[in-house]
Design a binder for this molecule. Structure first.
Ligand SMILES: NC(=O)c1ccc[n+]([C@@H]2O[C@H](COP(=O)([O-])OP(=O)(O)OC[C@H]3O[C@@H](n4cnc5c(N)ncnc54)[C@H](O)[C@@H]3O)[C@@H](O)[C@H]2O)c1
Length: 254
């Protein structure tokens, strides 16, 4: 998995299903974690479940620059250092043909899934640079390397963060700041169930079967599959990994 002991981590979308497992693994490895999310009730629940003094939370909207400055400041004040940003907050948005996709909804999705990641990187970079380096891991998706009907906004956003990663990986390299993406296939949980219903409202189970058939390993992933990869990319053992797109998809995009 990799060594993360003593690292201070910001995890956006921190109340979500994948993030909870990521946080649990960081804490088990001896790291400190600041969960960042818009959903305060879910944050409180996550902190109560995770327990211990190494986890804190900050209510913030990743699309707000003021909120971004505030969550970075809170991490530095709480932990006295910063080593890792996991830019994981994201929404799936609508499922609709492009000619019917609501334009405001398209813009809003890009604001969360792309501008939110940009703002996190922008404001974390100086803190990591001042400390001699760090690791930024962005949650992209299989939707970042391929398309799906009905998901124009989500696909565009998950492709966009790969471009953002590649550019900032080249800026970060000389500062010992590494930037990579993880690209999960469908992962068991709320988001894929929402997409199954959005794609085939009358037969979500048939959508699930079709998706599973497109994964050579014959199953959806689970949050731990993603968390294992994120922890490795945040760890000392991955210190020469920079600018990479790392699939965690059971072979779906092979
Ligand atoms: N679940 C999957 O199948 C899957 C597959 C590939 C990639 N991903 C990506 O993984 C990431 C996590 O997804 P998840 O499955 O845990 O979903 P989730 O819905 O459980 O978690 C997402 C979290 O992001 C938070 N969030 C939404 N908008 C926000 C905002 N403006 N500011 C701050 N927080 C905000 C939500 O409140 C939620 O807690 C997302 O980026 C998603 O696109 C998920």
């Amino acid at each position: 998995m990799g060594t993360v002991k003593g690292k201070a981590v910001i995890l956006t979308g921190g109340a979500g299903e994948i993030a909870r497992e990521v946080a649990a693994q960081f804490l088990a490895g001896g790291a400190q974690v600041l969960l960042v999310d818009v959903n305060e009730a879910a944050l409180q629940q996550a902190v109560a479940l995770l327990g211990g003094s190494s986890v804190a939370y900050c209510v913030a909207d990743v699309t707000s620059e003021d909120d971004t400055v505030a969550y970075v400041r809170k991490a530095l004040e709480t932990f006295g250092r910063l080593d890792v940003l996991v830019a994981n907050a994201g929404v799936e948005g609508l499922v609709a043909p492009v000619s019917e996709y609501d334009t405001d909804a398209f813009r809003r999705l890009l604001d969360i899934n792309v501008v939110g990641v940009f703002l996190g990187i922008k404001h974390v970079f100086p803190a990591l640079a001042a400390q001699g380096g760090g690791s930024i891991v962005i949650t992209s998706s299989v939707a970042g390397v391929s398309g799906s009907p009905g998901l124009s906004a989500y696909n565009a956003s998950k492709h966009a963060v790969i471009g953002l990663m590649r550019s900032t990986a080249k800026e970060g390299g000389p500062l010992n700041i590494r930037v990579n993406t993880v690209n999960p296939s469908p992962i068991e949980g709320r988001m894929i169930e929402s997409l199954e219903r959005g794609s085939m409202p009358d037969e979500p189970a048939a959508m699930r079967q079709a998706l599973i058939q497109s994964i050579p390993m014959g199953r959806y992933g689970v949050p731990a599959d993603v968390a294992n990869l994120i922890l490795f990319l945040a760890s000392e053992e991955s210190k020469f990994l920079n600018g990479g797109v790392y699939m965690v998809d059971g072979g779906m995009t092979a």
